[in-house]
Design a protein around this ligand. Structure first.
Ligand SMILES: NCc1[nH]cc(CCC(=O)O)c1CC(=O)O
Ligand SMILES: [Zn+2]
Ligand SMILES: [Zn+2]
Length: 328
């Protein structure tokens, strides 16, 4: 065979195969999404998100403690308020006795080295289930939405969150949150991770079951990006960098690897996150259960594809399993 034809000599051994990766998955690259509900003793399985549950604050030590021992480095908290009065501006979002604020304080005191991010949005707390404040005609009222989201983000920073991550997709919220953090004395104490390129995806179904955050009317297409919108995604990433985001995120992940690659090129000096969302996780698990592939092999293949596309941080429901798999 011709010299220029032979590649296989370069990857004939497991070690030389590992050298083909520019970067490999490590425990520090994984952020684990967890659902905190307002019944402090709750442990409720989420049927559409196999292996994941809603946890009460009193259950966190039993749940997170063993994972920290295995090398868990960070979590992102989602509030699931079930026993509160929801309203038009999402008042329960920053209730000092709400599940997210209580969980931040609890985790900070139990695990001083654990990095705690909080999702920031209003949909779990509004009576209409939309991610912002609405005009009477049901359309988004951008300025009060950004202001309210900034207020909620600051309350999480004050409770001790290392990172606030707005997933609402309101215009102007990154600037509003950064301003609120700086003015509140948290400019240098709290990271701002923007869900910048968040698409209106069919893959959020299990999450909306888990969080009880499906909109009561309409959909989210006027604020989440159209799945076809490569240009808007690029503009959103550039805008959020200019408005002060510390970390850029692309979501969902696997169907949007081209957007991840674009983001890596547009934001080479920022950490780049992607979110393997609830429906992606459920798809991988369902395929494995149907005998289509081996779960672990597929979990690695999808995650390593995101890293290859340019991610440095992955929000993943597979995090507990990876903590075991990466030790094997
Ligand atoms: N702002 C709500 C929110 N924050 C994170 C997710 C999705 C996460 C997942 O599917 O795992 C969603 C759902 C949505 O926008 O409808
Ligand atoms: Zn929302
Ligand atoms: Zn959210």
């Amino acid at each position: 065979m011709d010299i220029s034809s032979v590649l296989q000599g370069g990857y004939q051994h497991p070690l030389s195969r590992s050298w083909q990766a520019r970067r490999s998955l490590t425990k520090g690259m994984l952020m684990y999404p967890i659902f905190i509900t307002d019944d402090p003793d709750a442990y409720v399985d989420i049927p559409t998100l196999p292996g994941q549950a809603r946890w009460g604050v009193n259950r966190l030590e039993g749940f997170i403690g063993p994972l920290v021992k295995k090398g868990l480095k960070s979590v992102i908290l989602f509030g699931v308020p079930l026993n509160c009065e929801k309203d038009g501006s999402g008042t329960p979002a920053d209730d000092p006795n709400g599940p997210v604020i209580l969980a931040i304080m609890k985790l900070r005191s139990l695990y001083p080295d654990l990095y705690i991010a909080t999702d920031v949005c209003l949909c779990e707390y509004t009576s209409h289930g939309h991610c912002g404040i609405l005009h009477a005609d049901g359309t988004i009222n951008s300025e009060p939405s950004a202001a309210r989201i900034a207020e909620v983000a600051l309350s999480y920073a004050k409770a001790g969150a290392h990172c606030v991550a707005p997933s609402d997709m309101m215009d102007g919220r990154i600037k509003a949150i950064k301003r609120a953090l700086i003015d509140g004395g948290f400019g240098n104490k709290c990271t701002l991770m923007s869900y910048s390129a968040k698409f209106a995806s069919a893959l959020y179904g299990p999450f909306r079951d888990a969080a009880g955050s499906a909109p009561s009317f309409g959909d989210r297409k006027c604020y989440q990006l159209p799945p076809t919108a490569k240009g808007l995604a690029r503009r959103a990433i550039q805008r959020d960098m200019a408005e002060g985001a510390d970390i850029i995120m692309v979501k969902p992940a696997l169907p949007y690897l081209d957007i991840i690659a674009d983001a890596a090129a547009l934001a080479p000096d920022h950490p780049l996150a992607c979110y393997q969302v609830s429906g992606e996780y459920a798809m991988v698990v369902a395929g494995a259960r149907a005998g289509v592939y081996d779960l672990r092999t597929m979990a690695f293949e999808t995650t390593e594809s995101m890293i290859r596309a340019g991610c440095t941080l992955i929000l993943s429901y597979f995090t507990p399993q990876f903590l075991d798999w990466l030790d094997e």
